[in-house]
Design a protein around this ligand. Structure first.
Ligand SMILES: [Zn+2]
Length: 320
C-alpha cells in the first residue's frame, strides 16, 4: 500500500477516534444533565471502580468482582432505558464496531479490518484514478471571449477561480470563509472544480466527500426510513462537497428539514462545506426557504462565487 494512503488513513482513523471520544463525553454530559438517576449510578460505579483500584494496589490477591461491575452497568442501562434513551447510549462509540476505529483486529497490526481495506481502496482510487485534478486542469477548453457581466475572458476567469480554489484546498482547514458556494449555469465547470478540491484534500489526508445533492437526500432518506445508515459520510467528513444543489427530489418538508439539519450540524462542529448549484439566491429562497438561503448566502461563513460564460460541454474541444 502507498505510504501516502497509509498516512492518510492513520490520520483519518485517529481523527475518527477523537470524534468518538468527544461524542462519548458529550453523551455522558447529556445524560448527567437529563437523567439524574443514571448520574447517581454513574457516580456510584466510579466510586466503586476507584475502591477496587485501591484494593488491588494494597492486596495482591484481590480479584475484581466482575459481577458487581456488571450489576452497576445493568443499573445504568436500565435507568437510560427508563428515560427513553437507547440502553447502549453510554457504550463506546465507533464507526466500525469490529475494530473500534483502530483499523486493525484485536490490536494486531498484521490483521487489517475490512473497513480499513475498504477505505484504502476508496482512497487509492480517489488519489490515483480520475482525471479531474488541479494538475490536469486545462484552461484551453474555456473560450477566450468576455462573457456578459465580466471584464475578462471566460478562460482568464476560470484560471483565477482555479487558483482561488487550489489555495482553498491547500490552506484547508484554515481557509476563510470556511464554506464555498459555486453557482452558475450547467457546463461551466462546477463539478470539475469540486472534484479538484476533493481530490487535493484526499491527497492531503483529509476525508473529503463529494456527493450530489440527489445522493445526499437519498442517503438521508434511507437512514430516515431505517433502510441503511450511511449519514456519517455526510456528517463527519472533514469537507463535504454537495454538487448540484437543487437537482434533488423534493419531498414535502422532509428534504428541506434534512438539508437544514445537515448544514447546521456541520456548521456547529466547524466542519466546512462546498456547494454547487444552478440556482441563484432568489431561486434558492423559493425552492427551500429563507433560513436555508440565509445560511448559504451568509458572506461571513460562505464565499459565494458566480461562474459566468458559455457551456464548455457544447463547445468543440481544442485539438490536442
Ligand atoms: Zn473496522
Amino acid at each position: 500500500m502507498d505510504r501516502r494512503i497509509r498516512e492518510a488513513l492513520a490520520e483519518e482513523y485517529r481523527a475518527q477516534r477523537e470524534r468518538n471520544a468527544a461524542e462519548e463525553a458529550r453523551r455522558r454530559e447529556e445524560v448527567r444533565a437529563r437523567v439524574p438517576q443514571a448520574a447517581r449510578l454513574m457516580d456510584a460505579r466510579q466510586a466503586m471502580i476507584e475502591r477496587f483500584c485501591r484494593q488491588a494496589l494494597t492486596d495482591e490477591s484481590f480479584v475484581t468482582p466482575e459481577a458487581e461491575l456488571r450489576k452497576a452497568n445493568a443499573g445504568i442501562r436500565a435507568a437510560l432505558a427508563a428515560a427513553g434513551y437507547p440502553e447502549d447510549y453510554l457504550e463506546p462509540v465507533a464507526r466500525c464496531p469490529k475494530c473500534m476505529d483502530t483499523g486493525v483486529m484485536d490490536g494486531d497490526v498484521r490483521r487489517e479490518c475490512d473497513c480499513y481495506r475498504q477505505r484504502a481502496l476508496e482512497l487509492s482510487s480517489a488519489v490515483t484514478d480520475g482525471t479531474q485534478s488541479f494538475e490536469a486542469f486545462n484552461a484551453q477548453v474555456f473560450p477566450e471571449t468576455v462573457p456578459e457581466g465580466l471584464t475578462i475572458t471566460q478562460r482568464k476567469a476560470m484560471l483565477l477561480l482555479k487558483n482561488y480554489f487550489e489555495k482553498y484546498a491547500d490552506s484547508f482547514p484554515a481557509q476563510q470563509p470556511r464554506d464555498l458556494l459555486l453557482y452558475g449555469k450547467s457546463g461551466l465547470g462546477k463539478t470539475y472544480l469540486l472534484s479538484c478540491i476533493a481530490r487535493r484534500l484526499q491527497e492531503r489526508g483529509y476525508r473529503a466527500e463529494l456527493v450530489s445533492a440527489y445522493d445526499v437526500i437519498r442517503i438521508m432518506r434511507d437512514a430516515y426510513f431505517g433502510r441503511e445508515d450511511d449519514t456519517a459520510r455526510l456528517y463527519d467528513a472533514d469537507l463535504l462537497l454537495i454538487d448540484d444543489l437543487g437537482m434533488e427530489p423534493m419531498m414535502e418538508n422532509i428534504t428541506i428539514e434534512q438539508l437544514f439539519q445537515l448544514i447546521n450540524a456541520r456548521r456547529s462542529r466547524g466542519l466546512a462545506m462546498v456547494f454547487s448549484t444552478n440556482l441563484n439566491t432568489e431561486e434558492i429562497k423559493r425552492r427551500y426557504n429563507e433560513r436555508i438561503a440565509s445560511r448559504l448566502f451568509d458572506h461571513t461563513l460562505c464565499q459565494v462565487v458566480e461562474l459566468l460564460g458559455q457551456d464548455v460541454r457544447q463547445r468543440p474541444r481544442p485539438e490536442a
